[in-house]
Design a protein around this ligand. Structure first.
Ligand code: MG
Length: 366
């Protein structure tokens, strides 16, 4: 039995991971569950899955991640609270199934070099990186990574329509059922921007060799192109259960959650198109932040997150998110090769500045 702990068990990925584990009860033993705020759900999960211990909130994450009983820890919480515990787990030689974006966006250089030093595997849960992980056999022979994007609810809407989008429209993702923050990020394509940065760190590819293509059906989860022109893609129905199960079971595969067989005939067609970088400036901003490196990606992430919260609160318009992120990035004094403390300080500082700036925008709104 593989011993596993889940950080963020009450969230979207965490609950789906437990649905996977429910089907694979004989394969996994749960060491610990850590939930965010939902006490009742955590208690219900603990009752059902009988972990050795369960914790609520940030306290206890360090304990879980220092527990060498774990074979793997699924880091499925959202936000920066995932970063320090993940580093602790890596330092303890524990493999990571990674769903938390901030870990790599904020501290990809540190996290990947620590993992390499200790021979720790970081197996991505995110469908795109999970796809690439499945495609790559000989990384030295791969020329480029092709990350697919569903395009979100505004793919074929005009900029004007997008500018006046309501929260409800932004949250109506056509393909994936996810948390609110990531759903807004999918609508602005910032999610894809963050994934480019993650891919750069996970697979060690230059930003010039990471491409984004819009694929509305969300069947091709990403692809790689080998030197000789061969393209290998990973396909599957758009369900997070599949990449979650892959990440926690790796290198084994089980039937587990599979509910139906894949049929090309049923899907019938797969469409692809170039992303519109004018309508979705987030991808450009992310490339810029990634190429600049240092604390710039932390700045991008912090400014975006604060802006998304303000949008969800009805304080700003959807399009303000881009302007806010761009402004924060243009004013940020980058620290190259930052320490973890400097990364967290930058995060705090950018959030304060962003909130101040949001106030001035909110006052101007009709
Ligand atoms: Mg994704």
């Amino acid at each position: 039995m593989k011993k596993i702990s889940i950080i963020g068990s009450t969230g979207s990925i965490g609950t789906q991971a437990l649905e996977v584990i429910e089907k694979l009860r004989d394969k996994f033993e749960i060491i610990a569950l850590a939930g965010g705020h939902n006490k009742e759900l955590l208690e219900a999960q603990a009752k059902k899955f009988n972990p050795r211990y369960s914790v609520l909130g940030e306290q206890g994450l360090e304990k879980i991640c220092s527990d060498k009983e774990n074979d793997i820890i699924l880091v499925a919480c959202s936000g920066k609270i995932g970063l320090r515990p993940t580093l602790t787990a890596i330092k303890n030689g524990i493999n990571i199934a990674l769903a938390n974006k901030e870990t790599l966006v904020m501290a990809g250089d540190i996290v990947m070099s620590e993992a390499k030093k200790r021979g720790v595997k970081i197996i991505p849960v995110d469908s795109e990186h999970c796809a690439i992980h499945q495609c790559i056999k000989d990384i030295a022979q791969v020329d480029k990574l092709i990350i697919t994007a569903s395009g979100g609810p505004f793919l074929h809407k005009s900029i004007a329509e997008m500018k006046n989008a309501t929260v409800k429209e932004a949250l109506a993702h056509p393909k994936w059922n996810m948390g609110k923050k990531i759903t807004v990020d999918s609508a602005t394509l910032m999610n894809k921007g963050l994934e480019i940065i993650e891919a750069h760190h996970l697979f060690g590819f230059d930003y010039d060799d990471i491409e984004v293509v819009v694929h509305p059906q969300s069947i091709v989860h990403s692809a790689i192109e080998y030197k000789d022109g061969s393209v290998i893609a990973q396909l599957g129905l758009p369900s997070m259960h599949i990449p979650i199960q892959y990440a926690i079971s790796y290198p084994e595969r089980f039937e587990g959650i599979k509910s139906k067989s894949f049929s090309f005939a049923e899907i019938a067609r797969l469409d692809f198109e170039k992303p519109d970088f004018e309508k979705f400036p987030s991808v450009k901003l992310a490339y810029k932040a990634g190429r600049t490196g240092g604390t710039m990606t932390t700045c991008l992430n912090a400014a975006n997150e604060e802006a998304v919260f303000a949008f969800l609160d009805g304080k700003i318009k959807l399009y303000n998110i881009y302007e806010i992120v761009e402004k924060m990035m243009s004013e940020h004094k980058v620290i190259q090769n930052p320490t973890i403390d400097e990364i967290f300080e930058t995060d705090e500082q950018i959030r304060l500045l962003t909130r101040e700036h949001i106030k001035t925008i909110a006052q101007k709104q009709p």
